[in-house]
Design a protein around this ligand. Sequence first.
Ligand code: ADP
Length: 450
Amino acid sequence: MPITRLLIANRGEIALRIHRAAHEMGIETVAVHSTADADAMHVRLADHAVCIGPPAASESYLNVAAIISAAEISHADAIHPGYGFLSENAKFAEIVETHDIVWVGPKPEHIRTMGDKVEAKRTAGALGLPLVPGSDGAVESFAEARRVAAEIGYPVLVKAASGGGGRGMKVVPDEDSLESLMSQAKSEAKAAFGDDTVYIEKYLGNPRHIEFQVFGDGNGNAIHLGERDCSLQRRHQKVLEEAPSPVITPEERERMGGIVAKAMAEMGYRGAGTIEFLWENGEFYFIEMNTRLQVEHPVTEAITGVDLVREQIRIAEGRPLSVSQEELRFTGHAIECRINAEDPFNFAPSPGLVTSYHAAGGMHVRVDSGLYAGYRVPPYYDSMIAKLIVSGRTREGCIMRLRRALEEMVIEGVKTSIPLHKALLTEPDILNGDYSIKWLEEWLEGRDNS
Ligand code: ADP
């Protein structure tokens, strides 16, 4: 069924991103916003706007009743959740569908399965994805934990089944600390997620984070759009992402991509998804699946030429995938820098008035951002205010262009992570693509001491 009016249940750059894809398809947009976002760019550009509550996300962007009401009064026939907020809330997806509104997202049962990490791991294993060695499902007792940990060998990682954002996760170096760290993980998980179920995994010492973008039509057809390397992280938050990964060969991409696409086809997966792996010594280990669009999706768009939001909307309309695996080509290299309103090196948030703004431009430079001079970055939400995505025929050329683009970007009035990105792009390890998920934190520690 064609969508004619799409409600965007999100804010910031991703709301704008979705608006752009919708307008290019001739679809009207409805922005929803908190009182703190009344002057936001996505609200200005949308065809209709509905205020859904006060600044606190729990009362606005997470307010299911207010969002459904906004869809009804604005006669929206579809809802796109973006990322974060309600995007991986299976209950919300179900509510949307029972109101006869098209949900631009995966089937609610798949969101639910993948949202429970124990279930997700079991499902991934059954579909033939390689797993991190660990407990077979939830660990009920210390005795069982001791047995599993001894079997796989220390260090191990205790993880919360309902975990997210690295919370409820503890590295256990040896058997002596197992009991106390497992108790801590359980109480942290209980407090954060209302569920103290934990499981155990082998702790990988120095892996990379490599994820595959997938798309399914919901009817048993699925493709992969290659991988993204998101190893540059601080506190499990991605800082810079690239595609393709500097360590994956075309043969490896085809092999692993084939495995994930087949798994998604078998599942009957619908829409966009990301399968995250840790990668060490040439081996992939599944860690989780995100059943939504990712922040870093533009690097995949840059090397495949596929508009992923357009694809999501087409699939929600019940249309087939617009490109087959055979037709898909990977061309060149792309890197995304996440630009946050924060101190570049101590990461203290820096909301406030943006006094001047100039976006970088030129060939193969894309800036996704709702910023403008005179905009006030509110203190209530995620600190990311812009994404700079640059591509080139080679990784080297891409880095040269990215440096040039970072020099052009002007954001004044708030502190931003631009100086961090500039500094990273002079580091030999980054230039050589030689970094793991530990690299950034170690580098930051080294700076403190010098
Ligand atoms: P969350 O949902 O809390 O983000 P993930 O399972 O995605 O949890 O893991 C978050 C991050 O924790 C990963 O990107 C990686 O940096 C680290 N991590 C997760 N599992 C392991 C593991 N088995 N060994 C080492 N590091 C891990």
